[in-house]
Design a protein around this ligand. Structure first.
Ligand SMILES: O=P(O)(O)OC[C@H]1O[C@H](OP(=O)(O)OP(=O)(O)O)[C@H](O)[C@@H]1O
Length: 252
């Protein structure tokens, strides 16, 4: 299935399907423009396939916008992920695949959805480093990282994070002395969580600290992170990164 996306001078996006058959649209999905482009492709495809009951439409989203806003944080504020998921549901895909969502709420809110695991990427980082201890940074990351540790037969050290006035406070529950550690989490925004965690791990004797995140924003660059983290592994679900400090796994 092939399609073209065009953009008008005022920002409007429009799609044209070149071949009509089963459709599998793959998007980053980290911007509203991406979601609208997807919607225009699906609308054009629907128009040609309305009577074709065997045609299947699939959507893959690599980095779902709003995935952290998985609840109404305060009264009178919008529940953004719900708005985004309602929009996706309106496109009526037969299947929606989401790469490593921040929480299961995305999967609960999107019809016919399924998670794409980040296991293979963590495994590649784990093998390159050579059997590090896996570290889960907070309660949200623990369940996923525990499953990955079991599959890799790796040691797992949980840590906990509470934000005090936005600043993460860290407590580590395990022995990391003399060992390399690989922190595993879903996303880095500024990366402060990992800067402080890496500092605490090194303070407790970790020989090296590596970081894996699926969705690599790193909105403030890498300089501060280089002080405590030895290397970053990530995918290009959010953006492509050219930096010798970062090993990026490229998604199809
Ligand atoms: O790069 P940083 O700015 O440090 O942010 C990264 C952290 O933020 C996210 O969790 P969040 O604090 O949103 O988790 P929550 O859902 O438990 O509130 C994410 O899962 C990371 O742990």
């Amino acid at each position: 299935m092939k399609y073209e996306i065009k953009k008008f001078k005022d920002g409007q996006v429009t799609a044209k399907n070149i071949e009509n058959d089963h459709i599998h649209i793959k998007i980053r999905g980290n911007s509203y423009e991406d979601l609208f482009a997807m919607a225009t492709i699906k609308e054009a495809w629907d128009a040609e396939n309305a009577l074709n009951k065997n045609a299947v439409a699939k959507l893959t989203i690599h980095c779902l916008i709003g995935q952290r806003s998985d609840r109404r944080f305060n009264k009178e504020e919008s529940f953004d992920l719900k708005v985004i998921c309602n929009f996706i549901n309106a496109m009526k895909f037969n299947k929606v695949y989401i790469l490593h969502p921040h929480s299961p709420i995305s999967l609960a809110l999107i019809n016919n959805s399924e998670q794409i695991s980040h296991f293979d990427f963590v495994k590649r980082a784990f093998n390159k480093i050579g059997n590090p201890i896996l570290v889960s940074p907070d309660a949200g990351a623990y369940k996923n990282t525990h499953e990955i540790a079991e599959r890799l037969n790796a040691d797992l050290v949980p840590s906990n994070k509470v934000r005090v006035n936005g600043v993460p406070e860290i407590s580590i529950q395990g022995d990391v002395k003399g060992k390399p550690c690989l922190i595993v989490d879903d996303l880095a925004d500024g990366g402060r969580t990992f800067k402080f965690l890496a500092e605490a791990l090194k303070h407790q004797g970790a020989s090296k600290v590596y970081l894996y995140v699926t969705h690599a924003q790193f909105n403030y660059g890498f300089e501060e992170l280089k002080e405590t983290i030895d290397r970053i592994y990530c995918t290009n679900s959010y953006k492509n990164i050219e930096d010798a400090f970062v090993t990026q796994f490229i998604l199809e």
